[in-house]
Design a binder for this molecule. Structure first.
Ligand code: SAM
Length: 407
């Protein structure tokens, strides 16, 4: 058999056969400068292939072939020596297998690590580029100009939003931050600064359950699953109890604008969403309610779940005047409010000036530019919750929730 046929027979390259010849592993005769491969060559090559499959190295194969040639493996001692090559190889392979299993485990761990990083990158929330044209100066209602932007994919993560009037907001890690936030931030009622865990520590669970009644009332009327292409804005997102409930259920075609003047709470809520891969369609704005950098008439639904109730202690005014311009014509306000009846409640002396913001009639009157489409009250609680420093013991706390259309 000539070299071509021999190579084909063993599915090998001619170069490889030449290498084996040069290394004395197969010993063909040379006739008129052409190799001739006989049965002995076939036998050697068959063994070489078997040994290669068993992962023997070339030096080891050479040794095995030589031993076989020297002894012809005719007696027991020869065979014992011969078997030794294979026993040692088996031990090597078992060791190698352990090493490979270790390597596979390490590779698997790396893959999982990369997947986790990929997931966090994928779920990082920024300001969607298509939302940019709704970012307006809250003072002069002109489109804001974006400078030094860092854009990744379809979202803005960092940058500066300027207006010619001098208004400035920063975009940091995907949150729009009013440049003056530092001041208003300090004024927020302390209890809201805390994490949900700390809030729970300081607040009677009865009060929390009570506030859930009006919140649930709103959620039912929002009919989350049927919402499409809506811009929803929450007033006072805080730790995101409302937001996470809403964002989980609504279609991606809706935008959820989370606002709060506590940057710390917004950051926490945002990273909670990112960690859980939700809220890609949300926009986080850290600003005061009266300085939200948004185009008027762009919001379909405002959620005011105790936002107004909370901020009267800082700004001593109802929020409706500030909220209304952002709503579209016939847009809806869903609000939940705490109210008190003078006959069954008592403000502590330092807080008496706030009483007028907790009168149901006053709340309704200040909604005069809205048509109340639906409303409900929810009994009362004497558990003072957040209001413990504000109200005397035994005061009855009531709630009112409404669905109101902008006129
Ligand atoms: C009662 S909490 C709202 C709770 C929230 N809806 C939730 O689901 O957890 C009121 C929030 O309004 C924020 N806040 C109070 N006054 C504000 C103001 N003037 N401007 C913006 N945010 C304000 C507080 O930081 C607080 O997080």
């Amino acid at each position: 058999m000539k070299i071509g046929e021999f190579a084909r027979k063993f599915d090998a390259r001619i170069d490889t056969i030449r290498y084996y010849i040069d290394n004395g592993m197969i010993l063909p005769e040379k006739l008129h400068s052409q190799y001739r491969f006989d049965d002995k060559c076939v036998e050697d090559m068959t063994l070489i292939k078997e040994l290669k499959q068993m992962r023997f190295k070339i030096t080891e194969i050479k040794k095995i072939l030589s031993f076989k040639r020297l002894t012809n493996l005719i007696d027991k001692t020869n065979l014992e020596y011969y078997a030794q090559f294979f026993n040692e190889k088996k031990e090597d392979l078992i060791e190698e297998k352990k090493e490979i299993e270790k390597a596979i485990k390490a590779v698997d761990e790396k893959i999982t690590e990369i997947e986790t990083v990929k997931k966090t990158l994928k779920t990082k929330i920024g300001i969607p580029l298509q939302f940019f044209n709704l970012l307006y100066c809250p003072r002069c209602q002109k489109n804001l100009k974006l400078y030094n932007a860092i854009v990744d994919g379809n979202s803005i993560y960092n940058g500066e939003l300027h207006c010619d009037c001098g208004y400035l907001a920063l975009i940091q890690d995907g949150i729009i931050i009013d440049h003056n936030i530092g001041e208003s931030y300090k004024k927020v009622m302390e209890v809201n600064k805390y994490s949900p865990e700390a809030y729970l520590e300081q607040t009677d669970t009865l009060f929390i359950s009570f506030t859930q009644k009006s919140f649930q009332w709103v959620i039912k009327r929002l009919d989350l699953e049927s919402l499409n292409n809506q811009i929803i804005m929450e007033i006072g997102t805080g730790n995101g109890m409302v937001m996470t409930n809403v964002i989980k259920e609504i279609a991606k075609s809706n935008y959820f604008i989370a606002t709060d003047n506590s940057l710390e709470q917004l950051k926490r809520t945002k990273s909670l969403m990112e960690k859980n891969g939700i809220g890609q369609n949300s926009i986080f704005i850290a600003s005061n309610y009266n300085e939200i950098p948004l185009k008027w008439g762009s919001v379909d639904i405002v959620l005011d779940i105790f936002g107004t109730t909370n901020q009267v202690f800082h700004q001593e005014e109802f929020l409706f005047e500030h909220i209304k311009p952002y709503l579209k014509q016939a847009g809806t306000l869903f609000g939940t409010y705490i109210y008190l009846k003078p006959s069954s409640s008592q403000f502590k002396p330092n807080f008496r000036k706030y009483r007028k913001y907790f009168m149901l009639e006053a709340i309704k009157t200040s909604l005069n530019d809205f048509e109340i489409e639906d409303a409900s009250t929810f009994g009362f609680t004497t558990s003072r919750g957040d209001l413990i420093n504000v109200l005397g013991e035994g005061s009855k706390i009531h709630q009112w929730a409404c669905q109101a259309k902008k006129l």
